[in-house]
Design a protein around this ligand. Structure first.
Ligand SMILES: Cc1ncc(COP(=O)(O)O)c(C=O)c1O
Length: 352
């Protein structure tokens, strides 16, 4: 008998149909400038036909990464983008109709995976002022909850948890035996990390990506940090050779080139400072403390600006609904100064 997973019939996935050609994309929180061209050329200079022909070997890069993070390879699992790791954690640590708690709005894949695997996703909304209510998270952590998903820093709001807050949440999770996934996709744009909880405790995972600051979204690489037994369970779900050889080659070069990470952070900071100063000068309210993106409240209709940016300026940005007292506003990825200048010039022209 033919069978089709009924969850897939109703599942609504939106696949990005925008063509990058000629557009400046400030809608996906990538690094619009990417890594320096001479760095790319250097990394590719010793690629051989054998390198391309062989299945990727993960041991060497896992050791480089573990070394960089001050841990060992039993605590990490490489994945094809952290979106893959998040999926495996949900598959391994929740059951059909299991309760999954996460803050909303948030990275949309948490809800998509919940629907895909028939989990019951329960969203904890932000406060009116866009702060996150830890009390409300604690309340939502009922004894039947299997997985709690947090983001540090939060996408899209960009706010963060204090040590006391995260510790009270983790203590409650431990008491009720709830696995906690902390998504740190935007780590490095805001250096506070909760990785130590994944490395020292049990039933806490941290996922990270090379797509954001490390500017390798095109190669797909992320990793899951956790306690060795949990990591082994995630590993069992991985497709064979899930980690791209080029991704690991570039990532190793970024991690081991002296000053490279600092340079990426410095360029980003310069772009952020420029954008914020320019918006302040032009009287634009903005929010977003901790990610590589900013919410901007325009003077005119946000959706119209998004459409006109695309049609007239070849710049892709997003409109976002429900951003506290901003209502529907613009979300813009932050990149190097030259891209921020192009965006602000377009904004000041269109937003009249
Ligand atoms: C919060 C968050 N987590 C995870 C991801 C997935 O990143 P990737 O699969 O590229 O590692 C994204 C991508 O935008 C994100 O915003």
């Amino acid at each position: 008998m033919y069978y089709l997973n009924p969850s897939l019939v109703t599942l609504n996935r939106i696949f990005d149909q925008n063509e990058r050609k000629d557009y400046l994309r400030l809608d996906l929180n990538e690094n619009p400038g990417g890594l320096p061209q001479d760095f790319i050329d250097r990394v590719l200079s010793d690629v051989t036909p054998q390198f391309v022909a062989q299945y990727p070997e993960t041991l060497h890069f896992s050791e480089v990464l573990a070394d960089y993070l001050g841990t060992d390879i039993s605590h990490l699992c490489l994945v094809n983008g952290s979106a893959e790791g998040i999926r495996y954690i949900m598959q391994a640590f929740t059951s059909p109709h299991g309760r999954v708690v996460g803050v909303v709005p948030s990275y949309f894949m948490f809800q998509i995976y919940s629907e895909m695997y028939d989990r019951d996703f329960v969203g904890v909304p932000y406060n009116e002022d866009l702060s996150m209510s830890v009390d409300r998270i604690l309340e939502a952590m009922t004894p039947e909850t299997q997985l709690l998903i947090l983001l540090n820093p939060n996408n899209p709001m960009g706010n963060v948890y204090s040590d006391e807050e995260i510790e009270s949440i983790l203590a409650e999770a431990g008491k009720k035996e709830i696995t906690v996934l902390i998504d740190e996709a935007y780590h490095y744009f805001y250096p506070k990390t909760f990785a130590k909880y994944a490395l020292q405790g049990e039933h806490v995972f941290v996922t990270r990506t090379f797509s954001k600051l490390f500017s390798l979204a095109g190669t797909r690489l992320g990793y899951v940090l956790g306690w060795p037994e949990g990591v082994r369970m995630v590993q069992k779900l991985c497709t064979p050779h899930n980690t791209n050889a080029f991704a690991m080659k570039f990532a190793e070069a970024v991690l081991t080139t002296p000053g490279m990470v600092d340079e990426l952070i410095a360029k980003f900071e310069e772009g952020r400072k420029y954008l914020i100063a320019s918006l302040d000068e032009h009287g634009y309210p903005h929010k977003g403390e901790a990610g590589n993106f900013l919410f901007i409240k325009p003077f005119t209709d946000a959706k119209t600006i998004v459409d006109r940016m695309k049609a007239e300026k070849k710049i892709l940005i997003k409109s976002y609904a429900g951003v506290g007292d901003f209502g529907t506003c613009l979300r813009v990825s932050i990149g190097e100064k030259q891209y921020m200048r192009r965006f602000t010039e377009a904004l000041y022209e269109l937003d009249r």
